[in-house]
Ligand binder design. Structure first.
Ligand code: F6P
Length: 335
């Protein structure tokens, strides 16, 4: 039997869930943008376009040339696609409005090239996206909780290029056939093990962490000699998409908690185009996404570049972190 293509799966899902048929063109346009980004990522050093672009994004981080290029690919792909009301990009200060919003039109949130510091060292990067419908005719509000997402996904530019997509019921993966450029179904339904055998955190931030997180890490490191009674392995790629893809495939937990250093900003990772889509994907695969205190998808954004504390992964492990935090004060570690 022929392998299911990305566009065929989208058509099936739209019919199955009775979704707005215009969503197909939006997601296929995102796949086109991903194809272009992937081509640039593959030849990055040869084209000389992985270095600093000289600009900074709104978070004050240096933009890589490929960040900028990737953002333009997404913008160009979505401009003119029926029903796309607005683009909210990690790389752009302001929301781009493409039409007068009508109820049911699409707000597209995206990080065109996440983990881009990995480009210089030829490691995996990704594109993350999420779609929320406009809530009412003329409503220019883009600040919605993740619960309102109707679909979310990411592309991982790794040894293979894979798009992972959810409409909230299951999570499927489509890998690019480099011969034809087609995205063919490679993963019918990701299922995240309930228990984690691995945790992922930038441990250099340990002393800044809130006490609940420090106690959790202490007990992970104590392994079978500590209260957890079992050993956990640790991984840190420093590329959220790669990290989430590993956890989606074999379980684990990814932590980027708010800490004393990031408290004024609310955390390190972005709510609307990093944490929300990854939480939706993980939940649809049987896992969970929390700030460490509440479900990420319930966090009400105050700004479209808001940051948030992130704990995403195997359901029992995320619940474990929440339990630790409930038993400790919410004050931060040392600054
Ligand atoms: O959002 C940016 C990002 O690169 C993520 O993809 C990644 O998980 C994280 O930052 C890495 O952070 P650090 O530099 O602290 O390891």
């Amino acid at each position: 039997m022929a392998q299911v293509k990305f566009d065929e799966m989208i058509a099936q899902k739209i019919a199955q869930h009775g979704l707005d048929a215009r969503l197909a063109a939006v997601l296929n346009a995102l796949a086109d943008a991903i194809t272009r980004i992937e081509a640039d990522v593959r030849i990055g050093p040869l084209a000389g376009n992985i270095g600093l672009a000289g600009a900074q994004n709104v978070q004050g981080e240096d933009q890589k040339a490929l960040d900028v290029i990737a953002d333009i690919h997404v913008q160009k792909a979505l401009e003119g696609v029926a029903g796309v009301a607005a683009l909210v990009s990690e790389e752009l200060d302001d929301v781009i409005w493409l039409k007068e919003p009508q109820q049911g039109d699409f707000l597209v949130y995206y990080d065109p090239l996440d983990g881009s510091s990995n480009l210089d060292v030829n490691l995996s990067v990704g594109t993350i996206f999420s779609i929320i419908p406009v809530q009412a005719d003329g409503d220019r509000n883009v600040l919605h909780p993740g619960r309102l997402q109707i679909c979310a996904g990411y592309a991982l530019y790794g040894p293979a290029t894979t798009i992972v997509l959810t409409f909230g019921d299951d999570v499927q993966g489509f890998t690019m056939d480099p011969q034809t450029g087609a995205f063919l179904r490679s993963h019918d339904a990701f299922s995240v093990p309930t228990d984690a055998a691995e945790f992922a955190i930038n441990i250099s931030r340990y002393r800044h962490l809130p006490p609940g997180f420090r106690a959790y890490i202490d007990d992970c490191l104590a392994g079978k000699d500590g209260p957890r009674g079992r050993d956990l392995n640790m991984r840190w790629v420093a590329s959220m998409v790669a990290e989430i893809h590993r956890i989606l495939t074999r379980g684990g937990v990814f932590l980027y908690p708010v800490d004393a250093k990031t408290l004024d900003k609310g955390g390190r990772l972005r709510l609307m185009y990093e944490a929300n889509p990854m939480s939706m994907i993980m939940a649809a695969a049987g896992g969970a996404g929390s700030t460490g205190w509440q479900d990420i998808v319930d966090v009400m954004p105050q700004g479209h570049h808001d940051r948030v504390s992130v704990v995403i992964g195997s359901a029992n492990e995320v619940a474990e972190v929440v339990r630790y935090n409930a038993s400790y004060p919410k004050n931060m570690g040392s600054a």
